[in-house]
Design a binder for this molecule. Structure first.
Ligand code: NAD
Length: 340
């Protein structure tokens, strides 16, 4: 099968080509993001392979379907970028990679917590300048603190286990109780209670209409003064403007972001020679207690290998007319467990 791969970076090419060896599939790599304007590149390709910041709204999907595409394969877990109802209406099959390495994201979230708490990002820069002073680098022990995990699916459950290993009291908020977490001693509480009690809050729920701006001004006001917020889920789960206000007032003590609501304009590209036009992102970058990375929590060898193998298996199953195990359906419970 011929597959148009959008938003290609060298690492995508390396892993997808290795996984596709001997499969007979013809992969055509495009650096461009998939948008309504670039969808013409996929004309005549039965399948497209897209990533988190590619567009798959109704207009783009209509253009793809009109060009003969029948499979939209997302090389990611979250498919909030795809209009699933429009895809179904147009007869497009949507596939994703539900669990390529939840460890990659969980370990990274904990990495952000440790880096922020102990100011490792600032220490790195200081020491390179020959400044070995410790003033301003005072941290706190995670041991004995309360950590709140929002969303205890595949990733959140691993985060809970790691934080339990650090000696944290772990609280959780989810629509469903994960028995693995309760067995660990994690206590499920309401969101307000979690926010009020936690020294560290880490977000691992999918982006759905329910979680859109879940961490807004009201939620931030409920948080323990000086607490840490870490978001490796999707940018829109927090209200960034409200978070900036909370940082300015000191209400929020630390912020770690691997995702940002307007990230598609910046992430995965080099802007080091350009002026950042997004004033919200630019403001966030000025805080000493904010650590931002460009959506790299998934970025491990193991994860990229699993993603590529799952994608190629989906191409083959689709070509052979077999049911896709990783097919995504729009409703009714699509955005809940297992659909992020
Ligand atoms: P998952 O489906 O296994 O778990 C998500 C959990 O969130 C489920 O337990 C679900 O019940 C819960 N949830 C759903 N709606 C909720 C709500 N309204 N309130 C509270 N909890 C709710 O998903 P996962 O594999 O653990 O991934 C979690 C998120 O991480 C996904 O949204 C994905 O977009 C994001 N992610 C980010 C990266 C990255 O590189 N930064 C990589 C992979 C996944």
């Amino acid at each position: 099968m011929r597959i148009a791969v959008f938003s290609t970076k060298s690492y995508d090419r390396t892993f997808l080509e290795a996984a596709a060896q001997g499969s007979g599939h013809e992969l055509r790599f495009f650096e461009a993001r998939q948008t309504r304007d670039t969808s013409g590149l996929a004309r005549g390709f039965p399948a497209v392979c897209i990533f988190v910041n590619d567009e798959a709204d109704e207009a783009t999907l209509e253009a793809l379907a009109e060009g003969g595409t029948r499979l939209v394969a997302c090389r990611c877990a979250g498919v909030n970028q795809v209009d699933l109802r429009a895809a179904k209406r147009l007869g497009l099959t949507v596939a994703r990679v539900p669990a390529y390495s939840p460890h990659a994201v969980a370990e990274y979230a904990v990495g952000l917590i440790l880096a922020l708490n102990r100011h490792i990002h600032r220490a790195f820069n200081r020491v390179r300048e020959g400044n070995f002073a410790l003033d301003g680098l005072l941290g706190f022990d995670l041991h004995g603190k309360t950590a709140g995990v929002v969303g205890t699916g595949k990733i959140g459950a691993i985060v809970a286990k790691i934080l339990d290993g650090f000696g944290c009291r772990v609280l959780a908020f989810d629509k469903y109780v994960n028995p693995g977490c309760t067995a660990l001693g994690v206590s499920y509480v309401g969101l307000d209670e979690l926010l009020a009690a936690s020294d560290v809050v880490t977000l691992h729920c999918p982006l759905t209409p329910e979680t859109d701006r879940l961490i807004n001004a009201d939620a931030l006001a409920t948080m323990k003064p000086g607490a840490m917020l870490v978001n490796t889920s999707r940018g829109e789960v927090i209200d960034t403007a409200a978070v900036i206000d909370a940082l300015k007032s000191g209400r929020l003590g630390y912020l770690g972001l691997d995702v940002y609501e307007e990230e598609e304009n910046f992430f995965f590209e080099d802007f080091s020679d350009r002026v950042i036009q997004d004033d919200v992102l630019a403001r966030l970058l000025t805080f000493p207690n904010v650590l931002i990375t460009g959506h790299q929590a998934f970025f491990t060898r193991e994860a990229l290998g699993n993603i590529a193998e799952t994608m190629v298996a989906s191409f083959t199953a689709f070509e052979q007319g077999r049911e896709l195990p990783n097919k995504v359906e729009p409703e009714p419970a699509a955005p809940v467990r297992g659909e992020s």
